[in-house]
Design a protein around this ligand. Sequence first.
Ligand SMILES: Cc1cc2nc3c(=O)[nH]c(=O)nc-3n(C[C@H](O)[C@H](O)[C@H](O)COP(=O)(O)O)c2cc1C
Length: 161
Amino acid sequence: MKTAVVYYSQSGNTEYAARKIAAILGADLIPIKPVKAFPDKGFRKFFRGGKSAVMGDRPALEPVGFSPEDYDAVILGTPVWAGTFTPPIRTFADLYRDALGAKPLAFFACMSGAGAEKAAERLAKFLGIDAFRATLALVDPKDKPDPENDGKIAAFCEKLK
Ligand SMILES: Cc1cc2nc3c(=O)[nH]c(=O)nc-3n(C[C@H](O)[C@H](O)[C@H](O)COP(=O)(O)O)c2cc1C
């Protein structure tokens, strides 16, 4: 089975998890990037990103090297911003909604405290699916290493084999 791990990461935590998941599953890593980067410092980082997430913005993305027909399953990864998934993932989900909805989908999110469950619910609704086949929530896995994370990632991947 060929799987894609499509993710947005602003400061590396989601990317850290994406790499681990892709290594376990032998999946392709597909990072997505907005054409205009979100501020990554100071007050603007939280204000602009949070506002954009809450407003449901769909920022233009750099060209995405993703052809849905190449994959049997897709895993979507995002940081939690203001209790939901990030705007670049919203754009991606919007662009590929029909193709994604027809495949097994899984979801993982990185957060500093809470909100991954809500983010998963919101993205499932946005995609028009009942629920993801598997979900995973991690607390800043790169910045706050936790020995339990490897087990959580392994259990998540096991559900997708
Ligand atoms: C704009 C913004 C909003 C955030 N909102 C939340 C939140 O609602 N809940 C939470 O637990 N963490 C929140 N965070 C923290 C990030 O989700 C967390 O640090 C995540 O691991 C970052 O992933 P990344 O390194 O891949 O960008 C927020 C961070 C930013 C920049």
